[in-house]
Write a protein that binds this ligand. Sequence first.
Ligand code: AMP
Length: 444
Amino acid sequence: MTFASLGLIEPLLRALETLGYQTPTPVQAQAIPAVLAGRDLMAAAQTGTGKTAGFALPLLQLLTMEGPKVSANSARALILCPTRELAEQVHASVAEYAQHLPLTTYAVYGGVSINPQMMKLRKGVDILVATPGRLIDLFRQNALKLNQLQTLVLDEADRMLDLGFSEELANIYRMLPKKRQTLLFSATFSDDIRLLASQMLNDPLSIEVSPRNVAANTVKQWVVPVDKKRKAELFVHLMRKGRWKQVLVFAKTRNGVDALVDKLQGLGINADGIHGDKPQATRQRALDRFKASDVQILVATDVAARGLDIEDLPLVVNFDLPIVAEDYIHRIGRTGRAGNTGEAISLVCADEVNMLSAIEMLTRQTLTRKMEPDFEPEHRVPDTDASGQVVKKPKKPKKPKTSGGGGKRNLGKWVDSGDVAPAEPSIKPVRKVPVFNTGPRKKK
Ligand code: AMP
């Protein structure tokens, strides 16, 4: 399949050629024709799938082919993003794709002076990329009108809700013209996202590039409760017991990655690590060797693993649970792909109970716990379930230990007993009550 066969116009094809894009990614192959046909879209796709071009290319084409010239203080397409960084990144991509088109693009976000943004909007822009808060400020100060809006894109909608933008989205919803095309992209589909979609979208086409939420069905997942200080020992034990051949391991911090790699290499195990502190070339080499099966165990932080393109893997181990619950879905999505079954094992200590609870709530499942004989934790991991409840049983007073040392035992709270744990985890529980419940419902 080629971009030309998807019906894109020549100036876009020329831009893609300059950028070296040869073949459409799966999300592009599905999204481009649908958006060109005017459909609303609900797409499960995350960064790295090529989703930006998936919505931006057809959007640019429609704006070029249809609709009036943009009026003063107006925008014809609005792309909402959760963060400034993403707004900048999306804007940069859109500007590249639009390089041979007579369209204007601009990005607005908070944290910088609003005046230059108001000046820039005077002439109007065809495509405005914005974070929700600043968009509302501009609207309220009459710097922006949305009555010419043809298309709205909600990019990383799940992150927007996680960051607490549901009220802003409800406000923006009231500012929008009824007749418009709406495209929603989200890595995960919580109930809140579905509610948002049911209100914002009109008969949307659903696209799922790699079924992240569904990954749970093909990935056998379980949790092994263990004391934090015995995680490495348990990992080696499980690895030998299960004769693991190729494993991608996620650790929370750079120090955590290095410590585990050192320990494994010290035992003669063929392991390597990647994290943000390592030079890109070193990371790439480790990854290439892992892909070629020259490295058996690859230990990574989420940040380093985010952009990794690793084909199907039999096993993912969460040496530490991710701080952001959604990352769990991204991690386990590395296995169980394309109809294969995979396994995802999480080594969970008492300090991580809130993270476990957030993951169970997000994935709407209670993860099976399997005690490993001889590794039963001294610090019990409180019970959790998919409702987000952490059942903190009153602890029986413990007999004083003779061995000395030992950590603080403050269950359910983040306990930093040493080198690797960050301060209070920043997991935000998934809201129970959707805030996005205002405004009229669009007709079905
Ligand atoms: P995104 O998921 O939109 O953040 O895109 C991830 C990366 O893939 C970006 O660096 C894009 O420039 C690149 N990309 C997107 N589509 C293609 C394609 N069809 N061929 C090659 N690279 C692409």
